[in-house]
Design a protein around this ligand. Structure first.
Ligand code: C5P
Length: 238
């Protein structure tokens, strides 16, 4: 199963990081035809987002359930089996070897070949100091590389990393895995809490398959125009 994108629109993932399902629905309507996949993360999951994710999938949208799961093998396997019934295109698990292996083998057990499991390497809001504070002795790049290697070995469909690491990861994982990068900011937009960032153009050139871009779109005065500009920027890099 290949999870490589078909075109520029397919490469854009919009996180619906808004407080309510009504606001999320509005964003989906505003950006119709310009977004490949809508991502539902923690904020919306705690406000009816899981049902909404299934609803959007039934309407034919491609949906990324960003659950970032990490737990004991049995719990991970049971959770993945339930998510596999929801019609999602992507879901995230933390890129710990056992965690990813449990998720992959659960999907194999249920015979689901459509759901792409993504291993989250190192959060793009973390820099060297944050890693040090969390007790890691490695640099971000070394830790991402280590986790990418484990992701290939575990057999997940892709990894989530910063676009700053995309080039090195592409060299490391080849075409075996898709590379999904948050931490993307068009020129002039606010970085917010993201630390390891790049522009959409540079991220695609660095080898990212999919770009997760939220605030520069949903906080724009005109989210549709912002999404349009990003799709054109992606196109210009292909
Ligand atoms: O608004 P912004 O473009 O920063 O949104 C990035 C999205 O990607 C958020 O939903 C965030 O939870 C998610 N994400 C991330 N870094 C990761 C994994 C997911 O920023 N490593």
């Amino acid at each position: 199963m290949s999870y490589r994108p078909a075109n520029a629109i397919d490469r854009l993932i919009l996180p619906l990081d808004v407080p309510t399902v009504e606001q999320a629905r509005q964003l989906v309507t505003q950006t119709k035809g310009l977004v490949g996949t809508y991502k539902i993360g923690m904020q919306l999951q705690f406000a009816g987002g899981l049902q909404f994710a299934e609803e959007l999938a039934k309407e034919g949208h491609s949906i990324f359930l960003d659950v970032k799961l990490l737990d004991i093998d049995n719990t991970i396997a049971s959770a993945v089996k339930n998510v596999s019934k929801m019609g999602m295109k992507f879901m995230t698990v933390h890129a710990y070897p056992k965690n990813m292996r449990a998720a992959v083998s659960a999907l194999e057990d249920v015979g689901n070949k459509d759901l792409c499991l993504l291993g989250v390497t190192v959060l793009t809001s973390m820099d060297e100091q944050d890693l040090k504070d969390a007790g890691y002795a490695r640099s971000t790049e070394a830790l991402v590389e280590h986790r990418a290697h484990d992701a290939v070995a575990a057999g997940v469909g892709g990894i989530v990393c910063s676009p700053l690491e995309a080039k090195a990861m592409r060299e490391k994982v080849g075409d075996k895995l898709c590379i999904v990068t948050p931490g993307v900011r068009p020129k002039g937009s606010d970085a917010g809490d993201q630390r390891r960032i790049m522009t959409p153009y540079d991220a695609i050139k660095a080898g990212s398959d999919y770009l997760v871009i939220g605030r520069p779109i949903y906080r724009a005065d005109d989210p549709r125009a912002a999404a349009e500009a990003i799709v054109s920027e992606i196109e210009s890099a292909l």
